[in-house]
Design a protein around this ligand. Structure first.
Ligand code: ATP
Length: 221
């Protein structure tokens, strides 16, 4: 029943420790290619499955806000920073589904994140709540074996228009410009006293350099 559904929105979760052009270009290309109503950046407050982030949640959120504020179609959603406990994506999607009952939800993931999907909390329920839009990422091939490989084979659609016809349950692989940039690399650069210019937006660079000079914290890998 296509006519009853609103245009889809994208949800781009991550630690964003810190946000960089690999995130931003990927998000921009997906927003455009899928003609999403909006793309929500959703920084994790307490990301499961990883060490304590280098920057605290408030700071990571501030950097995301500084970056996406002026961009039409980009929105910052801070619910995972405000919510207590581990930032499980399934809880976020349940909230969004209740708020937006007639909107297809597109959860955006890099290929590295997709490959680890079966370790996520209540991962079987993710596709009940949302579609997955997977972005290839340098160094990460699509899974060839295991449950996430089978899931991809089972749920993948080749036509992105299908994402507008049902609220959830499909996987679409959207090619994006391949940028071999990671937050780990940003932290390593800063730890070595080097300049992240042209890898992050200038606003983020300025805030990061201020953080670096006023803090004795050592970035973690
Ligand atoms: P870290 O190096 O700390 O693991 P990261 O660079 O992978 O961080 P995250 O905030 O963990 O960044 O990633 C959030 C989401 O963005 C994930 O789905 C990840 O796959 C995706 N992503 C990050 N960088 C890129 C990139 N360069 N190209 C495509 N997707 C990316």
């Amino acid at each position: 029943m296509t006519a009853q559904l609103s245009a889809p929105i994208g949800i781009f979760g991550g630690t964003f420790d810190p946000i960089h052009y690999g995130h931003l270009r990927t998000a921009f290309e997906i927003l455009q290619a899928l003609d999403l109503r909006e793309l929500r950046f959703m920084p994790a407050g307490d990301p499961p499955h990883r060490d304590t982030p280098w920057l605290d949640a408030k700071r990571r959120l501030e950097l995301v806000r500084a970056t996406v504020a002026e961009h039409p179609g980009f929105v910052v959603d801070d619910r995972e920073v405000r919510r207590r406990g581990p930032s499980y994506t399934v809880l976020t999607l349940e909230e969004l589904r209740a708020e937006l009952p007639d909107t297809p939800l597109c959860l955006v993931l890099g290929m590295d994140a997709y490959r680890g999907l079966a370790t996520w909390h209540r991962w079987h329920e993710l596709l009940v709540l949302a579609h997955l839009v997977v972005a290839p990422r340098p160094g990460w091939d699509p899974p060839m074996t295991g449950v996430v490989s089978e899931l991809l084979a089972d749920r993948r659609v080749e036509d992105p228009a299908v994402l507008r016809t049902v609220r959830a349950g499909k996987i679409f692989v959207q090619h994006v410009t391949q940028l071999d940039i990671s937050s780990t690399e940003m932290r390593d650069l800063l730890a070595a006293g080097r300049d992240p210019r042209y890898l992050v937006p200038d606003t983020v660079r300025a805030l990061l350099c201020a953080t670096q000079s006023s803090s004795s914290a050592t970035p973690k890998r």
